[in-house]
Design a protein around this ligand. Structure first.
Ligand code: GUN
Length: 317
């Protein structure tokens, strides 16, 4: 009778816990959907309290019809609308020249009613991504990819617009109670969009992690990753992080959004991250899912940066 009672109590304890946080065997799933919604509601509340003559405005530039880019830009526009931010979409043909793209950026840079400019990456190979990002005025560069904003971030200057995905990851860690101070953080991937700004942010004063960046030429990645208290996978290749690379109790952040063929979905594909979720999740303390982890945070931080740009332009900061 008594052992049975124990089992019943244990069941209820686990049930109560799993209602508080979705759990795998032992890890907590960090709910990026819920956290991004909370941020978006905070931003909407702040904006509605400002009572200004015009709304914030973000201009999106999309080149070509890459399905992932179409879907990301659509989502960014929808969330902007929900918060009360105006958005304008400029779609350019895949064949657009650098001069034509530059000319659109110059027009938006000069438009006093545009607070924020986002050029969806990747661009077709004939366009120079670096020059394109650098052409955006620093105070409208809500992606934070320009040399000016990356420089500000490096100098820990508060004028920096921080790239949305890394900024979103820091927000996820903070709001999930993950300690970063003095902890070992390993970033896998050295892209301009995620890896590099992520490393800069993690080592920033106040965040204070000890940071290591791995990339395709790194030797013995398994040994490096398995030391991480916080492991951030930003490679863009499914199953890059396997269970043998993860320390027991680590926090794992999966930035990958990879489309893999599936006959179980209407679209013919499903989204997976860079992490072997099924086998990694039971080992870690916290983990982000794909979809529903980092992805929605990128959008929320774009809205945060757009509101910040607007406040600067309206002299509210
Ligand atoms: N492509 C993938 N992520 C991003 C992002 O955060 N900003 C832009 N502009 N393009 C992207």
């Amino acid at each position: 009778m008594r052992p049975r009672l124990g089992r019943v109590l244990l069941f209820f304890a686990l049930f109560a816990l799993s209602n508080k946080h979705r759990m795998t065997n032992m890890s907590e799933i960090i709910d990026g959907n819920a956290i991004s919604k909370a941020i978006e509601q905070e931003l909407a509340g702040e904006l509605s309290g400002l009572n200004m003559p015009r709304r914030p405005c973000v201009a999106f530039i999309r080149v070509g019809e890459d399905p992932a880019s179409v879907s990301y830009v659509k989502k960014k526009g929808r969330v902007a609308g929900e918060i009360g931010i105006e958005s304008r979409l400029h779609v350019l043909p895949e064949s657009v020249s650098q001069q034509e793209l530059n000319s659109l950026i110059d027009t938006l840079n000069a438009d006093d009613n545009v607070d924020a400019i986002l050029i969806q990456a990747p661009l077709p190979p004939h366009l120079n991504e670096r020059d394109t990002f650098n052409r955006v005025r620093a105070d409208k560069d809500v992606d934070g990819f320009s040399n000016a904003n990356l420089g500000f971030l490096c100098q820990e200057d508060s004028r920096a617009f921080v790239a949305c995905t890394p900024a979103g990851i820091i927000e996820l860690l903070k709001r999930s109670g993950v300690e970063t101070k003095g902890r070992k953080a390993v970033v896998v991937g050295r892209s301009l969009i995620v890896g590099k700004p992520m490393a800069l942010l993690l080592m920033k004063k106040g965040i204070d992690a000890t940071v290591c960046v791995c990339h395709s030429k790194s030797q013995d990645m398994k040994a490096i990753c398995s030391q991480a208290d916080i492991l951030i996978a930003a490679v863009g290749r499914p199953m890059t992080i396997t269970a043998d690379m993860v320390k027991e109790g680590a926090c794992v952040i999966d930035v990958g959004i990879n489309r893999v063929p599936s006959d179980k979905t209407k679209s013919g594909y499903r989204l997976v991250g860079d992490v072997d979720f099924e086998n990694v999740a039971p080992k870690c303390s916290k983990i982000t899912p794909v979809p529903g982890g980092v992805g929605p945070m990128t959008v929320a931080m774009l809205m945060h940066n757009t509101l910040a740009a607007y406040k600067r332009h309206m002299n509210l900061l």
